[in-house]
Structures are given as structure tokens and as C-alpha cells.
Design a protein around this ligand. Structure first.
Ligand SMILES: *Cc1c(COP(=O)(O)O)cnc(C)c1O
Length: 362
């Protein structure tokens, strides 16, 4: 299984591996994109050629993710971090909001919100080092919450919500590390946001999907950079958008649509993560999964080895097989295999086989 262009298996938690054919298309277009006589990097965002690129990206994302007409789709800068900072400025504004903390990103979002009002922590799995998510019906949500915020997939700990609630307060979700990996009923949410660089494209653009009524609930007199309505009214182009990153996401959306959309990527994703979780579960306890079984993330697979020495030997052997980026985050230790949407299935087969061989050596 020779990898093209001497590439390696990139298990990085982000930015993610992208489909080779998408990279090839970008390469082929780079000197003269769509007959414009220049690359997308050099193009005016007000040009006809670019207008078409951003409009198609939005239309394709709407098709893929089944986004209802009463939602705006924005392509913004600043990453998911800007979003979880902006959201409390816009909608908390001295009021109360509920935060479900299932890992590092939810915790950061909560801390940002606490600067703007009463950020009420309704769940925190810190005591078990964030290895689980709660059952929604076990949470006591505030009566007067402006919104409920949660993280669908915690990238560092590798835990994922398998279901979404119907909440009275508007539901806001950080979907950065699992958007487009499974079908979602968008109308259950008021706002969904996701940095592109885990599951959609390169870093530099953040997709925000906002139900229109939320635009009327914004705090008045916002600075322009914080004003979702202003960006919505200007088709994400109040100022220069991240043109290149949007273009790359657009190519990824077309790649997904061509191959069968979310049902296809979900089914491949299921096979990928199963290979690695099976390698953990069939290792006779040599590998220990961090997440509780019913909260396991198909995107970020976290596991530990018996000791530090074994972990180091494991990483060294992995590197020789072109398995890269497996070292876990220091807060969990061990390994983290991030197998986002475009990470190749063969890479998971190679890793699973290596895990079995390594465990056998003891
Ligand atoms: C990576 C990540 C972030 C941070 O994204 P930036 O674009 O670097 O700000 C936030 N939330 C989740 C769930 C992530 O995986």
C-alpha cells in the first residue's frame, strides 16, 4: 500500500489530513483558477469568480448537512475560540447560560462565558478526567438560561455525545471536531459552530450556522466584528473573508457530495474507529481506552499503555510505519489517534495491526 507523494498517515488532532484528490485539484488550479488568470489566493473577494466559489460552498454545505432555510450559514475568521468568546458577548450579556463541560474545550468555553455573565456549570466530568458525557435527562437546566452550550465531541479526551437534547433554551453546540461525520437534525439547534480544520478543510475559517431568530436576540450596539447579523446581511463578507480556506472547504464539500455525503463518510468512519477500538478491546488489557464505552468518540481515540517506557517504544515503532501524530495530550497521556473524515481507512488497518503486534511482544 504505497502512499502517494511519499505521504504519511497523519493522526494529528488538527489540522487534519485532507483527501488527496482535493489537494490535487487545488494544485491543478493554483496558477489559474477557473479561467480567472490567477489563483483563488490572489482573487478579489468581490469578483464574480469568487462570488461563485463562496455561493457554491454554502449551497453544497446546506445540501450535505441538510440545513433548513431559516438558518444563516456564515464563514468567519478567528477559529472556534473566537466563537466561544463571541457567543457570550452577544447572547449572555449579563444574563445566565448553562454550560455542559465534558472536556477541555467545554471548559475553555465556560471560562470565556464567565467574563460576560452567569455561566452556570450544569455538568463537569473533571472527577473522572473527562472520560464520559452525561445523560441529557440527568441534567438540571436553568429556567432563565439565555442558552445551553455544549461540545458534541471533546477532541482532547475523545468523548462524544451520541444524542442531542431538545432544550427549552436555545441550544448552542461547538461541533468543531465531528461536524459532517454523522447526520444531525439542525433544527434542534439555535447555533452550531465549527472550526474547519478538523473535519472540513484547512485552518482559517469557522463555519457558523445560526437560526434567524437568534440574530434578533443579539445584545444591541455590538462592535462590528462581534455582530453576527452584520455578517449575515453581508453574506460573510462584511470584511475580507478567509478566501482560500473557504475555497478549500468548498472542494471538500464537493468531494463528500460526489462520494455519497454524510451516510457514506459515517459508514467509513465507523469502520475506521472500530478497527482501533477493537485493537484496544482485544489486547487483553494491554491498552486501556480512556473514554467509557458508550461515550467513545469515533474521531479521537484515546488510550494508554502500561507505562511511559512502553509508550515511547510504541511511538518509535509507529513512526517507522509512517504512523504519525499519535502522542496523546499530556492531560490524558498515552496515545490519541485522530481519524477525522478524510483520514484513510488503510491507515487504521496499519495502526490496528501494529497495535496487535506490539501488544503481543508485551
Ligand atoms: C480544535 C477545537 C477548538 C479550537 O479551535 P480553534 O480553531 O483553534 O480556535 C475548539 N473546540 C473544539 C471541540 C476543538 O476540537
Amino acid at each position: 500500500m504505497a502512499l502517494p507523494y511519499e505521504r504519511i498517515y497523519n493522526f494529528s488532532a488538527g489540522p487534519c489530513a485532507l483527501p488527496v484528490e482535493v489537494l490535487e485539484e487545488a494544485r491543478d488550479q493554483i496558477m489559474n483558477s477557473y479561467g480567472a488568470g490567477m489563483s483563488v489566493m490572489e482573487m478579489s473577494h468581490r469578483s464574480k469568480a469568487y462570488e461563485r466559489i463562496i455561493e457554491e460552498a454554502e449551497a453544497d454545505l446546506r445540501t450535505l448537512f441538510n440545513i433548513p432555510a431559516n438558518y444563516k450559514v456564515l464563514f468567519l475568521q478567528g477559529g472556534a475560540t473566537f466563537q466561544f468568546s463571541q457567543i457570550p458577548i452577544v447572547w449572555l450579556a449579563g444574563g445566565t447560560a448553562d454550560y455542559v463541560v465534558t472536556g477541555a474545550w467545554g471548559k475553555k468555553a465556560l471560562e470565556a462565558a464567565a467574563l460576560e455573565g452567569c455561566a452556570n456549570k450544569v455538568f463537569d466530568a473533571k472527577d473522572t478526567n473527562y472520560n464520559r458525557v452525561p445523560k441529557w435527562n440527568s441534567l438540571v437546566l436553568s429556567d432563565d438560561a439565555n442558552y445551553v452550550h455544549f461540545t458534541s465531541n471533546e477532541t482532547i479526551q475523545g468523548v462524544q455525545f451520541q444524542e442531542f437534547p431538545k432544550t427549552k433554551a436555545p441550544l448552542i453546540c461547538d461541533m468543531s471536531s465531528d461536524i459532517l461525520s454523522r447526520p444531525v437534525n439542525v433544527s434542534d439547534f439555535a447555533v452550531i459552530y465549527a472550526g474547519a480544520q478538523k473535519n472540513m478543510g484547512p485552518a482559517g475559517v469557522t463555519v457558523v450556522i445560526i437560526r434567524e431568530d437568534m440574530l434578533e436576540k443579539q445584545k444591541p450596539n455590538l462592535h462590528p466584528s462581534f455582530d453576527y447579523k452584520l455578517f449575515a446581511e453581508n453574506g460573510s463578507m462584511y470584511n475580507t473573508p478567509p478566501c482560500w480556506s473557504i475555497y478549500m472547504c468548498g472542494l471538500v464539500y464537493k468531494y463528500l457530495l460526489k462520494n455519497g455525503g454524510i451516510p457514506w463518510i459515517q459508514s467509513v468512519g465507523g469502520q475506521k474507529s472500530k478497527l482501533i477500538y477493537d485493537a484496544i478491546d482485544n489486547s487483553g488489557g494491554f491498552y486501556k481506552g480512556h473514554a467509557e464505552k458508550d461515550c467513545r468518540s469515533p474521531m479521537n481515540i484515546t488510550f494508554t499503555l502500561p507505562d511511559e517506557e512502553k509508550s515511547e517504544a510504541f511511538l518509535k515503532g509507529a513512526k517507522a510505519l509512517k504512523l504519525d501524530g499519535l502522542k496523546g495530550h499530556r492531560s490524558v497521556g498515552g496515545m490519541r489517534a485522530s481519524v477525522y473524515n478524510y483520514f484513510p481507512l488503510e491507515g487504521c488497518q496499519v495502526l490496528a495491526q501494529y497495535m496487535a503486534d506490539f501488544a503481543k511482544q508485551g
